[in-house]
Design a protein around this ligand. Structure first.
Ligand code: GDP
Ligand code: IMO
Ligand code: MG
Length: 424
């Protein structure tokens, strides 16, 4: 058996949570492989809305096994909040959710460091989610991290050593965090709470599942353009969000990867700082933001909006080895007269179609223009109902991107999802 991977192809918030939930009935196991509570994955069904941060989006489909993999960074205090809120709404996860012992813990001081580093960067700040993601992955790579499995082995000593180092750095940055003492208390409550869950050697468990013939879906967080190696560095997150991240974040060999589902919005958004060639600073941008309710699900920050960027999408498809595309939020474009898609970047006198090293404000997007469909798509049930202009937009994208679009999403609800016919 193989592990199928689902990941974002843009700058995050493509709609991964919704689609993982839709695809989960076809899988035995769902697992997160990187990121942490910087993610906010939204699911809507039966009139209810849930936002998941560290917990995989497969938890609502009838007792499937869900795993937080070794590549994830976990904040026990936020995890406790998230799991307790789910338990209160009737979703007790203690029997179905397992956590890798090798996942790294986000310490209270990691969040202080995140804030301190952002403050030190001033105008050049990344615009992080403030969840301590960067400092935690930094400690992992510099071999100073504390892992979930350490809870069971000399934990107090390991915690105290890490905290002392962080405090030294905070002093050198002249940064005091008045919330630290209170957060530390909640954090230790979170550590106790984690013990209710099965803490596992996830690489063995996952590979044994594969041997037993179980089907596994790996859920990405963030998006390819936020990848630490291939994203718009330094305005990226601190993990490998790309398909290869599923191998290192789960302990699965590359030849065990099956389908790669690449998700993108029919337009494009970005939250936080950093380059965004197709960003619109005009009325159309405001319209996309308003119609798409483009405000961060975790931070509430306004997302920057623009047209779909095929130069960046092609790059993401190449890096991820995408086998099937999923287009989200098509309905947001329902009222537009004209739809634009960036097919090249104009840099000086040159037109470039390969995503370049340097992305700055001098890049001018070159757009293809297609007629809008001017039809409400939100109640559509099958592709037979698609307007002609929408089909033309799909054909154009498939031709440009070279990968079939297998799923189209026409609204936030689980039911507003159209699986297209497969051509053999
Ligand atoms: P994720 O981080 O990739 O899981 O995406 P987010 O949950 O952060 O952001 C996606 C937002 O779009 C959420 O508010 C979803 O409820 C919403 N959404 C998902 N698919 C659609 C869609 O097809 N149409 C509309 N209008 N909203 C959608
Ligand atoms: P989901 O999984 C959108 C962005 C932040 C910032 C940069 C670094 O919901 O798609 P970090 O806190 O990770 O150090 O922030 O990455 N970012 C996201 N943007 N969706 C996300 O997750 C994001 N997670 C981080 O805004 O620009
Ligand atoms: Mg999100």
């Amino acid at each position: 058996m193989k592990v199928d991977v689902l990941l974002g192809l843009q700058w995050g918030d493509e709609g991964k949570g919704k689609v993982v939930d839709v695809l989960t009935p076809g899988y035995d196991v769902v697992t997160r492989f990187q990121g942490g509570p910087n993610a906010g994955h939204t699911l809507e069904f039966n009139g209810e809305k849930y936002i998941l941060r560290s917990i995989p989006s497969g938890i609502f489909q009838g007792g499937k096994i869900n795993i937080i993999g070794n590549g994830v960074v976990l904040d026990p205090a936020l995890f406790k909040q998230e799991a307790e809120a789910l338990a209160a709404s009737g979703h007790d996860l203690t029997k179905t959710l397992r956590i890798s012992k090798k996942a790294h813990l986000i310490l209270p001081t990691h969040r202080s460091l995140d804030a301190a580093y952002e403050a030190a960067k001033g105008a050049g700040k990344i615009g992080t989610t403030g969840k301590g993601i960067g400092p935690t992955y930094t400690d992992k790579v510099s071999r100073n991290g504390v892992r979930v499995g350490d809870i069971l082995h000399n934990f107090d000593r390991k915690y105290a050593e890490a905290k002392a180092k962080h405090e030294q750095t905070l002093r050198s940055l002249n940064y005091t965090d008045p919330t630290l003492a209170e957060r530390e208390k909640e954090w230790f409550d979170g550590i106790e709470y984690l013990k209710k869950f099965e803490l596992i050697d996830s690489e063995h468990v996952i590979n044994n599942y594969l041997k037993e013939g179980k089907t596994i879906l790996a859920e990405g967080a963030q998006g390819t353009m936020l990848d630490i190696d291939f994203g718009s560095y330094p305005f990226v997150t601190s993990s490998n969000t790309i398909c290869a991240g599923a191998c290192t974040g789960l302990g699965v060999a590359p030849n065990r990867i099956g389908d790669v589902y690449g998700i993108f919005k029919a337009y494009c958004t970005r939250v936080g700082s950093g380059p965004f060639p197709t960003e619109l600073h005009d009325e159309t941008g405001d319209q996309l933001c308003e119609l798409g309710h483009e405000f961060g699900s975790v931070t509430g920050r306004k997302r920057r909006c623009g047209w779909v960027d095929l130069v960046a999408l092609k790059y993401a498809i190449m890096i991820d080895g995408v086998t099937q595309l999923i287009m989200m939020k098509s309905d947001v474009l329902d009222t537009f007269d004209t739809i634009k898609a960036c097919v090249a970047y104009k840099i000086g006198d040159e037109e470039v179609t390969e995503f370049p090293y340097e992305i700055d404000d001098t890049i001018e997007p070159v757009y293809a223009e297609l007629p809008g469909w001017k039809t409400d798509m939100t109640k559509m049930q099958s592709e037979d109902e698609f307007p002609e202009e929408f089909n033309a937009y799909l054909d154009f994208l498939e031709e440009e991107l070279g990968v079939p679009i297998k799923i189209v999403s026409v609204g936030p609800d689980r039911e507003q999802t159209i699986i297209r016919y497969t051509e053999e």
